[in-house]
Design a binder for this molecule. Sequence first.
Ligand SMILES: NC(=O)c1ccc[n+]([C@@H]2O[C@H](COP(=O)([O-])OP(=O)(O)OC[C@H]3O[C@@H](n4cnc5c(N)ncnc54)[C@H](OP(=O)(O)O)[C@@H]3O)[C@@H](O)[C@H]2O)c1
Length: 251
Amino acid sequence: MRDALGRVQSVLLVGGSSEIGLAILRRLPRADAAVVCLAGPDRPEMERVAEALRAEGVGRVEIVDFDACDLGDQTAVVDAAFTDEPDVVIVATGYLGDQATAEQDPAAAARIVDINFRGLVPVLMGSVQRLRAQGHGTLVVMSTVAGERPRVANYVYGAAKAGLDALTRGLTASLAGSGVTVVIVRPGFVRTRMTTHLKPAPFATTPDKVAEAVAAAIPRGSRIIWVPGVLRWVMLVLRHLPESLFRRLPG
Ligand SMILES: NC(=O)c1ccc[n+]([C@@H]2O[C@H](COP(=O)([O-])OP(=O)(O)OC[C@H]3O[C@@H](n4cnc5c(N)ncnc54)[C@H](OP(=O)(O)O)[C@@H]3O)[C@@H](O)[C@H]2O)c1
């Protein structure tokens, strides 16, 4: 439960090493003895993150192993990650993959879908069940504009993110009146390790800008945000562009 000053006392970051996820986490107003739970597949990397967070004054950091490609029972992940009743759950797991490889290798395409969508379904459903039972909390889900209209350059990733976005919109509707709020974040190109090998797209932004937008959206009760905000209008136009024109757009 947030403290009397509205500061978070417990945060769960799924995608415990994500640059954007960590920027959001660091931007939240945090109580002195706050607890952070990091869930992800790379324990040594999360140990490094945990050490940095402790040095920044986080009271306690827990680590939970979570591999989205492990499609077995993920209930244990949610159980372990929810021991401290998180005020905010950030789902920042993601994997761009390589479109050309995915077109040659169906298993590579399935991996993109597993990490960005299928493997997150039990975690999202389980988290919402727990948040609903708590009667409070905010779920932040990292979607993307790439899910709004698939491009030939990354349509497998876009399709997986479209699934994640649709599921989260459904969950948002199902949570009406529960005391739990949801923020779906649709950034364009963000300069992180996920995109270092790519030429920045128009309206490219940074993890800090995404975090700033999320921190502003939570108290406002915004359900879907685009980062930067102008992308909301750009996508409104692009969604309705005839396919023949859309296909000729650069990038
Ligand atoms: N960067 C962009 O341009 C951009 C734009 C729009 C939306 N997004 C979305 O924003 C979110 C954060 O991305 P980011 O830029 O911060 O990238 P990032 O730093 O690479 O974060 C991705 C996270 O996903 C985790 N992950 C990868 N494979 C996984 C698996 N098999 N199981 C569980 N977790 C796995 C990574 O963990 P390990 O490092 O330990 O593998 C990492 O914590 C993602 O959902 C991404 O799709 C990014």
